[in-house]
Design a protein around this ligand. Sequence first.
Ligand code: S3P
Length: 177
Amino acid sequence: MHARNNIFLIGFMGAGKSTIARYLHRKYGMKWLEMDKEIERKQGMSISEIFRLKGEEYFRGLETDLLLSLEGKEHTVVSCGGGVPLRDCNVEAMKKSGVIVFLTARPETILQRVKDSHDRPLLEGHKDVAYIAELLAGRQKKYEAAAELLAATDGRSAEEIGEEIYRRVGEIGEKQA
Ligand code: S3P
């Protein structure tokens, strides 16, 4: 791989970021970082508790701090929280050290993937297609503008998606070498 040899997976909640990060870790031995898990570990609180006790803005600050602290990391696949690309400074930090890949999924697919979990405060009480579609529409442009690659996930296996991403990121590296 090339100088920007990290992969940042972005996209809406339930787009499959963690699943694909795990695949690339297992198959290609990339180091794997889950932003939400890392924030929870450092704060000693769940994401839901951070939102409830400190508020969303505080959480967004923790995301930016974590991204900036990743400088110097290599061969790492980062599963970003769904809101990470909303801040331009986050996008700049990611572009410096890696390739940003946007995982897309239809609202119906997202609902199926998130409906049984309760660790996403933004979706609690709003587990319906209309709400997901609206929140997604508000973010779509930010996701697209941040990303160098786009990979659709609806109806596809982790293997198919992971292999496609690894190959295409490699091609970017060859062009830049
Ligand atoms: C969020 C996504 C979540 C988590 C937090 C906020 C968002 O991460 O960071 O609940 O704003 O989209 P996942 O995308 O990993 O679910």
